[in-house]
Ligand binder design. Sequence first.
Ligand SMILES: [Zn+2]
Length: 263
Amino acid sequence: MIERKFKRIVIDAQTPIAKTGNGLAVGGKVNNLLLLGNGSENSKDDSKRYLMKGIRGWINHAMMALAKEEGVEVCHSSSKTETQSGVNLLPEGFHARGKCLETEECIQHRLMGSISKPSKLKFEPVIIISTASKGKINDANTQKMHIATERRNSLVHKTKAAIQDFGERYFGGEFTIKIEFLEEVTKEELGYLLKGILNAQEIGLGAAVNNGSGKVNIHSVELQEVIRSQGFDKNGKVFEEEKIRNLKKEKKEGMKAWSKANA
Ligand SMILES: [Zn+2]
């Protein structure tokens, strides 16, 4: 049997409706939220899985917004500082991503990293399947949500292929986000991340946030210690199990550790 011990954050969230596509987030950066699936929209197979994209960027922006609000300079999500014609692209209160490594590494960079240094956080892919799906879900990582497609008939060409391309998907319901810590996270960094997650509700997820879609309610956030073991059962089949312990005290300490004063 092999065992691995790590910490993670588990977020239980709910969205009434979130649309796919592109939308504006903090700092004018485009936040992509896409549902990716195999097979055709017209297929009878309703067990299609989709990857919810944009979760990492969403929480990244929520932390950036929090830092700005508290007057703490952190990395911007972009590493570009100006356009070719010399126009400044960086909003006030941010430095280009990774620039702080030359002087003093900011809290955003310590958590999220850049091209020069890997992130301490691993966002587990959020994979969803339609609640209408009748088949059995075989893997523990797939979550059931309401998924539907709004047809954009005005854009459609008279070919079947184009219909697939112009349908705008949306989804709604409850979902869980897991963020694994790849290395030790300080109390201060933990607090910054937790407060960023709370702030993410204010920002909204994905496209058309301003039109009332993309609202996300966060119901609970837990800090867990996980011991994951894998081994073989009597029949030689691989099994995996997780022993989970809630780290309530550590979470509380983290919430206290990060504020304007000591960032
Ligand atoms: Zn930085």
